[in-house]
Every structure is written in structure tokens, then in C-alpha cells.
Ligand binder design. Structure first.
Ligand SMILES: *Cc1c(COP(=O)(O)O)cnc(C)c1O
Length: 434
């Protein structure tokens, strides 16, 4: 895992890498936003391309020597467009957050109304939305006048009539869809109708479920959303990074109020660079190209099928053991367990599971009475374990372990026993498996 040179030069960091590798292999990584990249993606991400400055875009760079990295960025863009059936893509955002920032700032100049904040709508952070969808501690909540829509607490789902009613009242200029902790499909078509009715841009942030969209196992937003943003490292299983796509040909939409750029896609390009970023991470962009090529293979489609099958089985097995899931199930790779019915908090459950070798994260549930530091839920996802080759038999074992571990969240001996069983099972599954 680590070279002898690194081990002798910097034993502290060498140990971090080796310990982390061991953690990833002998525990069960069930954080829904995480995955394991292929050795090929890692090889390119750790390559000499990290040395190159390439500010600008292919064939329009501010630096010499970009002949080869231009090939990488063109391939990444072409493959992204093929994968998602998009007409335009920008693969430079360093992260999902920067993909969103680039998009919002291009669509809606927050300083254009003399200090008056412009309204936008996004799913509330406590109901599964992301920080960048309008949280008050994030740039999105500070620059815009955010109105958060929420889940219907009785169904755990988004009620589209409520969204429409709110949009008519608020008249947002951007409606953000997509989430970090929502287990159900999104009705992008209906969102677009609402956006059109109130004159808003529709942004779809598919960071979590991009892998499913790529293989058509989740409705695609591309025919409906003006702009689609994503991360590349969650279900898409690429290197850590972001991407922005659109189905509007350059020149198709004229953007009012943008001083120089004329179209949405030109505006986004110029906000991403030079607006909010400097030099692109060419090693990561090249690794994105490799990951997109992987995602275009039939093996990736069957990987996503197994992610979904595993999530279905895990959800059913947990419900059989009297766990309450938000919305009573899942359409995607993740589920939200509402532990309030068992008298448990997310915080103590996350800890008990961690001691048992199962890594999850505490998460707010709709109508949560607890603070975000405590919460009443945990979020569980299947992408990383499925990459390791685990299937439905392992999901049944995991449901059992979760049930046992949470029978007594204080019992460290109980958790130590489960930890040993988890380790034994986990070691049969390599780190990455096609
Ligand atoms: C993970 C996530 C992001 C942000 O990605 P980072 O790369 O962590 O900045 C944005 N939106 C949603 C919905 C996410 O789940």
C-alpha cells in the first residue's frame, strides 16, 4: 500500500494511509456518500498530471504545455456527455459544492438587486438537503434569500402540491432539486412545470444518485433541469470532484444581466474559471475521464443493479426487525432509519455501530426533535460495500448485526463481539472488485 521511501521519510503519514486502508477493508463502510475507486482511477489521480497548471479550457489555456492535459479534459467532457446524454459539460469543479456555487452565481448574480437578497428554494438541510442548497452557514444561505421546502412528515416524501404552492408565494429565481439524504425518486418533470410557472431556473443536484441516473435506474433530470450538477465520487465511483452539465446548446439561452457571457453554459464556464477557481486539477479531471469510461461499461450497470438490490434487501430486513424507515423504504442506494420509535438517538446509535465495525452517520429525520448534533436517525448506504462485492447474503447479516448492536447501545462487550464477526466477514471481500 505504501512505498518504503515514504515509510522511511514520513512514517507518520505512511501510517495514516496504512491505517486508513485497514479501516476501509476490515470495517463496513456504509456512509451513503462514500465509495471505493478502481485502482486505475487511483493510478491516474496519483499521476504526474498533478504537476500541470492549465488555467482556462482546452485550447484556450493561459499556460503552455497543455497539449496532453487538453486531451484528458476533452475526453472527460465527451464521456460525461455520452454517459448522461447531455449536450454540454464542465468537468473542472473541484467539488460538488463548487459545481453548485458556479451554477448559482452564473444563473443569478446575488449582487444585482442593490443588496436585496434574491429568493431561491431548496430542500431543507434537516430534511435531506445539502448545505449548498441554502443552509444559513453556507455561501448559498448567505448570498440568497433561501426558502426551504420540506418533506411531508407523515409520508417522508416531497409533496409536489406543497412545493408548487410555496413557489407561487415565494417566486424563487432558482429551484434546487436533489438531496444528500432522500431515499426516493425525484419528479423532475413536475419541478420543471413549477419552475416554468413561476419563472425560475431549475437546478438538479444529482450528487448522490448520479450513478443511477447514468444507467437509467433513476429518472434523469437532463430533459427538464436547466443545469445539472453532481459530484463524481459518490455512486458514480470516480475521483473526488464535481461536474456541471446542461442539455441546452451553447447559445440557446440568453442570460439577462450577465455582463460579458451571453449564454448559460458560457456564463457557467466563466464563473467556474476564473470566477471561483484557479487552475483545474488535471490529475483529477483525467481520473474522472477514466471513471466515466468505467461507468459506460456494462459492468457498471450491473454494479448499480446490485447497489439497488442490496439497498432493497437491507431496507426490508431492517423493517422486518421493527426499524422505522423514513418513507418506509427506498428507491435508491440509501435509507434513513428513524430511531425515535426505538427510543434511540442517532448519535448513540452511530457510536454503537462504529464500535461494532459498521460505519454510518447520524442524520436528522423529518420532524426531528433532537439537535443536528444528536439527531433521531442514521443514514445507511450500500454503494461502497457493493463495490467490494458484497451481496444480499451479507446485507442480511448486516441487518442482524445492526439490530443486535442497537439492542443495547452502551454494551461494549456486545459490540466487541459483533466487531469480531464483522471483521471476519469483511476480510473475505477485497477492497475493489469489478
Ligand atoms: C455531497 C453533496 C454535495 C457536495 O459535494 P462536495 O464534493 O462534498 O462539496 C453537493 N450536493 C449534494 C446533494 C451532495 O450530496
Amino acid at each position: 500500500m505504501v512505498s518504503d521511501v515514504l515509510k522511511s521519510f514520513d512514517p507518520d503519514i505512511a501510517a495514516v494511509v496504512e491505517n486508513e486502508y485497514t479501516r476501509q477493508t476490515d470495517k463496513l463502510e456504509m456512509i451513503a456518500s462514500e465509495n471505493i475507486v478502481s485502482p486505475q482511477v487511483m493510478e491516474v489521480a496519483g499521476s504526474v498530471l498533478t504537476n500541470k497548471y492549465a488555467e482556462g479550457y482546452p485550447k484556450r489555456r493561459y499556460y503552455g504545455g497543455c497539449k496532453f492535459v487538453d486531451v484528458a479534459e476533452d475526453l472527460a467532457r465527451d464521456r460525461a456527455m455520452e454517459l448522461f446524454d447531455a449536450k454540454w459539460a464542465n468537468v473542472q469543479p473541484h467539488s460538488g459544492s463548487q459545481a453548485n456555487m458556479g451554477t448559482y452565481l452564473a444563473l443569478l448574480d446575488p449582487f444585482s438587486e442593490n443588496g436585496k437578497k434574491i429568493p431561491i428554494m431548496g430542500l431543507h438541510l434537516n430534511h435531506g438537503g445539502h448545505l449548498t442548497h441554502g443552509s444559513s452557514v453556507n455561501f448559498s444561505g448567505r448570498l440568497y434569500d433561501v426558502h426551504a421546502y420540506t418533506l411531508d412528515e407523515s409520508t417522508g416524501r416531497i409533496n409536489m402540491d406543497d412545493v408548487a404552492k410555496m413557489a407561487r408565494e415565494i417566486k424563487p429565481r432558482i429551484i434546487v432539486t436533489g438531496a444528500s439524504a432522500y431515499p426516493r425518486f425525484w419528479d423532475f418533470e413536475r419541478f420543471r412545470e413549477i419552475a416554468d410557472e413561476v419563472g425560475a431556473w431549475l437546478v438538479a443536484d444529482i450528487a448522490h444518485f448520479a450513478g443511477m441516473v447514468a444507467v437509467k435506474k433513476h429518472p434523469t433530470p437532463l430533459p427538464y433541469a436547466h443545469v445539472v450538477t453532481t459530484t463524481t465520487h459518490k455512486t458514480l465511483r470516480g475521483p473526488r470532484g464535481g461536474m456541471i452539465m446542461s442539455n441546452f446548446e451553447a447559445g440557446e439561452i440568453l442570460l439577462e444581466g450577465m455582463p460579458k457571457a451571453k449564454t448559460v453554459t458560457e456564463a457557467i464556464d466563466s464563473v467556474v474559471f476564473p470566477g471561483i477557481q484557479g487552475g483545474p486539477l488535471m490529475h483529477i479531471i483525467a481520473a474522472k475521464a477514466v471513471a466515466f469510461k468505467e461507468a459506460l461499461q456494462p459492468e457498471f450497470a450491473s454494479y448499480i443493479d446490485r447497489v439497488l438490490e442490496n439497498a432493497q434487501v437491507l431496507a426490508e430486513e431492517l423493517m422486518k426487525r421493527d426499524f422505522k424507515l423514513v418513507s418506509d423504504g427506498t428507491d435508491n442506494h440509501l435509507m434513513l432509519v428513524d430511531l425515535s420509535t426505538k427510543g434511540l438517538t442517532g448519535k448513540e446509535s452511530e457510536k454503537a455501530l462504529e464500535r461494532s465495525g459498521i460505519t454510518t452517520n447520524k442524520n436528522m429525520v423529518p420532524g426531528d426533535k433532537k439537535s443536528p448534533f444528536v439527531t433521531s436517525g442514521i443514514r445507511i448506504g450500500t454503494p461502497a460495500l457493493t463495490t467490494r462485492g458484497m451481496g444480499t447474503d451479507e446485507m442480511r447479516m448486516i441487518a442482524d448485526w445492526i439490530d443486535r448492536a442497537l439492542k443495547d447501545v452502551e454494551d461494549k462487550d456486545l459490540h466487541g463481539g459483533i466487531r469480531a464477526e464483522v471483521k471476519e466477514m469483511a476480510q473475505n471481500f477485497p477492497h475493489f472488485k469489478w
